[in-house]
Design a protein around this ligand. Structure first.
Ligand code: SAH
Length: 342
């Protein structure tokens, strides 16, 4: 049995053709899955009964099992799912005034072991399939205000550019008019800085947003908190970003988690403004979510403001991200860590 969401529209058409069914049925099936949120094949009432039965014999529609759901007082909801092979992942829906953002995982576990992130703690299990990523979104959509998701961020567990092919396959369906129909500019990939992936992305004909998890402004600090920096050093990462911006004519967002005693003093702010000077970019400052296991804490609010003001004075476009869902441990991998350690 195969997950039907693994198929692109073209692949579905081909499967139908092999059965001797009309190809246009593929569009109807897509609409049932991605627009009408069908719960099973029998619900697809404009398909002939024998086709529905055949679909049911050969495909399944859903593979994730909800294990736990958490709701924050700020409206953020976090879900922990078991995959078919019993690995677990998390997805989060974050409603704000203007948007409903779905944050999804791309891998079960993570290889990259950033010191402030709970996702790497249990090691890497496997890549998610495009169908599993699409299902995260369908689930979030179904459990969001007005059953809507306006924006998607690939910022859950895992590294999207380390699962490039499946992530891009999912994005094509998220973006397609016949699929989830979410505009490319409303889709964000967040990466720890895998340079070949960034280069490859710059060649896609897709206007998606790119976020770089920078989190440090010098090689030594970055290598200490993000081991990936030993493979793709900061200096090369910044020049790759410069090239990406030139080629795509798009702005990049740099994420910078402020961690007390690690990267949050004035000297770090100065270094950051120096390396980002002249780049068409935005900086998103994120006071770290406390992770007791890792002794990670945010700096005092006054220190956060000093950091932000220095960047502003240097002419850098900077925003301070409001922490969301802290009471439900919504930061990357925290919930799963708690669950799988039990
Ligand atoms: N691997 C990708 C995507 C997953 S991590 C990447 O590195 O970008 C994405 C984001 O998780 C980070 O940029 C950060 O915003 C968030 N994150 C992880 N640990 C956190 C913590 N302790 N506090 C706040 N945010 C955290």
């Amino acid at each position: 049995m195969q997950d039907i969401k693994e198929l692109t529209l073209e692949e579905l058409k081909k499967a139908l053709k092999n059965w001797g069914a009309d190809e246009f049925r593929a569009r109807q099936i897509f609409a049932w899955i991605y627009k009408k949120g069908a719960g099973d094949f029998m619900q697809m009432s404009d398909l002939p009964l024998d086709l529905r039965e055949r679909l049911k014999e050969n495909f399944y529609l859903f593979g994730l099992k909800l294990i736990q759901a958490f709701k924050s007082h700020d409206g953020t909801k976090k879900f922990l799912f078991a995959l078919k092979d019993a690995n677990s992942i998390e997805a989060v829906t974050i409603p704000t005034e203007k948007r409903i953002t779905g944050c999804i995982s791309t891998q079960a576990g993570c290889k990259f072991k950033c010191s402030f992130c709970a996702s790497g703690a249990l090691g890497f299990k496997r890549n998610l399939t495009s169908a599993e990523m699409l299902e995260e979104i369908l689930f979030l959509k179904n459990n969001s205000p007005q059953k809507k998701t306006t924006h998607i961020v690939f910022m859950g567990i895992g590294e999207p550019l380390d699962n490039y092919i499946n992530v891009m396959k999912a994005i094509r369906i998220i973006n397609s008019r016949l699929g989830l129909n979410i505009g490319a500019r409303r889709i964000t990939i967040s990466t720890n800085g895998i340079i070949p992936g960034i280069k490859r992305l710059s060649q896609e004909d897709l206007q998606i947003e790119l976020s770089i998890s920078l989190h440090a402004a010098d090689e030594k600090t970055r290598a200490r908190i993000m081991p990936i920096n030993k493979i793709y050093p900061l200096k090369d990462l910044i020049s790759t970003c410069r090239e990406y911006i030139r080629k795509t004519n798009r702005q990049i967002t740099f994420e910078y988690i402020l961690i007390k005693g690690v990267n949050s003093d004035l000297q770090n702010a100065r270094k950051l403004s120096t390396i980002l000077k002249d780049l068409n970019c935005k900086v998103n400052l994120i006071p770290a979510n406390t992770i007791k296991e890792y002794k990670i804490e945010p700096p005092k609010h006054s220190e956060v403001l000093v950091f932000k003001n220095l960047l502003l004075k240097q002419g850098i476009n900077v925003t301070l991200r409001k922490p969301r869902g802290q009471d439900i441990e919504a930061a990357c991998g925290q919930l799963r860590l708690r669950y799988e350690k039990k």
